[in-house]
Ligand binder design. Structure first.
Ligand code: NAD
Length: 463
């Protein structure tokens, strides 16, 4: 099975291909990709039982042992990097163990707080960065002593199934398992009585459904959800320097990045020059299919048809409302055989425009003028989301002041949006609940346990 054209679920250390299969679609050509199994209800029960059985032993291993195995898994990944043809640019680092904390230690009492693994974690992943987002969950859950059942998005099942298959001999059976399935699999896993924690990355709508399901069993959840991040460009920056970088922050992965700059507010003094520089920058990029070996492609296709249709709606809305396309058009010729969409920049649409209020998750970005700090902050914060944001200024005090007032979990100053594994990442408002990555992310996979240890031997009548 160690072929990169054959894919299986991993249950209890074994390959499981089940009786039903489905397949992904190459978004560059709309052609069928390899078969992948669809997990059945029985597969879910077997995976949960195997994980529960493995948890007793795994949670008792030392931090350094778990670290060794995770590093061995990392080696496997690095050895197959070219074949995986994907991401994983940086590992999640080697965090120090979460030490027990002494709250009080005197003659009478030793009061300590310990971090214990929660148990069996379900990791539910989206399609936009399938492997790297899964790795953040898998590494954090395993190092803290949990067992993991990872569920890829049905749009991108391959790299995760392959990674778990390749590491079968590293982790004890049941410690790390993978199940691919259809639309029923996520709900089946989230409502299963044998699950102790749900770690989800995906859309706000699905996050709310998962929270509802989890409420029935009071299963703890971490929700990493969508965003509508704003970039604020101050008047003292050089548009020729900053506009190309903001363009990357907005259009990377064809806009399919949760924390991308989805609204760009440019000070009116430099607006025209900035718009021109950003359009020129994006115009130079090559847009094309990514499944071939053509070099130099900057923007590939939208990953799937569902998302393609959502992005098209944003283009049509902008066109129907007469907003100005400074770059691009709603007419996308040549896209019949793929999900390619050429990028668009919308020139100063009104604040209520769909392209300003919604998350297109595609290559269409509005630039708007601002004049007054209070006003641009009000507009940047006028959203139910709070995932990220960016401020560009030569005046660091001004940049920090604005950054402090943006209601979001992560802000970049003078940089495009680049999450780092050592930095905690958590959305505010409807962009999430809890967070991942960094030392703080590890606590999401632990339950605190406090021990009150009285030092004197028990005496009649107690204390
Ligand atoms: P999605 O919510 O449609 O799907 C995500 C996953 O949830 C998939 O694996 C899917 O099969 C599963 N799922 C669907 N319904 C479910 C249910 N009822 N119960 C359990 N699981 C269910 O999201 P998507 O389209 O794959 O991803 C795009 C969204 O993810 C965007 O909104 C983007 O901003 C967001 N995102 C957020 C982050 C972050 O870190 N905050 C990172 C990447 C993507």
């Amino acid at each position: 099975m160690n072929e990169f054209t054959l894919f299986a679920n991993t249950i209890d250390g074994q390959s499981s291909t089940g009786c039903r299969v489905t397949h992904g679609v190459d978004p560059s050509t709309k052609t069928k990709l390899w078969d992948v199994p669809v997990a059945s209800a029985q597969d879910v029960d077997e995976a949960v039982s195997a994980a529960r059985a493995a948890f007793a032993g795994w949670s008792g291993t030392t931090w350094s042992h778990r670290q060794e195995l995770i590093l061995a898994a990392r080696q496997v990944l690095q050895g197959t990097k070219a074949k995986m043809a994907t991401l994983l640019t940086k590992e999640s680092g080697k965090p120090e163990p979460l030490e027990d904390r002494v709250i009080q230690d005197d003659d009478e009492l030793l009061l300590t707080l310990h971090q214990r693994p929660v148990g069996v974690v379900v990791a539910i992943c989206p399609w936009n960065y399938p492997l790297v987002l899964a790795m953040g969950k898998i590494a954090a859950a395993l190092i803290t002593g949990n067992c993991v059942i990872v569920k890829p998005s049905p749009f991108t099942p391959y790299s995760i199934l392959k990674f778990v298959e390749l590491t079968r001999d590293i982790f004890p059976p049941g410690v790390l398992q993978a199940l691919n399935g259809d639309d029923t699999l996520g709900p089946a896993l989230c409502s299963h009585r044998g699950i102790d924690k749900i770690s989800f990355t995906g859309s706000i709508a699905t996050g709310k459904k998962i929270a509802e399901t989890a409420a029935k069993t009071l299963t703890p959840v971490t929700l990493e959800l969508g965003g509508n991040s704003a970039s604020i460009i101050c008047p003292d920056v050089d548009p020729a320097v900053v506009a190309p970088q903001v363009a990357v922050g907005s259009f990377l992965n064809s806009g399919q990045l949760c924390v991308a700059s989805k609204r760009v507010y440019v000070h009116e003094d430099i607006y025209d020059e900035f718009l021109k520089a950003m359009v020129e920058s994006v115009k130079q990029w090559k847009v094309g299919p990514t499944s071939g070996l053509e070099a130099g492609i900057m923007l590939g296709p939208i990953q799937n048809e569902m998302q393609y249709n959502i992005v098209q709606r944003f283009f049509h809305d902008a066109s129907q409302n007469g907003y100005t396309f400074a770059l691009g058009s709603h007419q996308q010729e040549g896209s019949a055989n793929s999900f390619l969409i050429k990028p668009a920049i919308i020139d100063n649409p009104p604040d209520h425009a769909l392209v300003v209020t919604g998350e297109a998750f595609g290559p269409i970005v509005p630039l708007m003028k601002w004049k007054d700090e209070d006003d641009v902050i009000r507009r940047a914060n006028d959203t139910i989301t709070g995932l990220g944001g960016a401020v560009w200024s030569n005046d660091i005090d001004q940049a920090k002041r604005l950054a402090d007032r943006i209601e979001a979990g992560t802000i970049w100053i003078n940089s495009a949006e680049k999450p780092l594994p050592q930095a905690h990442f958590a959305g505010h408002k409807e962009s999430g609940l809890g967070g991942e990555w960094g030392r703080e992310g590890l606590f999401q996979y632990c339950r605190p346990k406090v021990v009150h240890c009285y030092k004197a031997k028990p005496v009649a009548g107690g204390k």
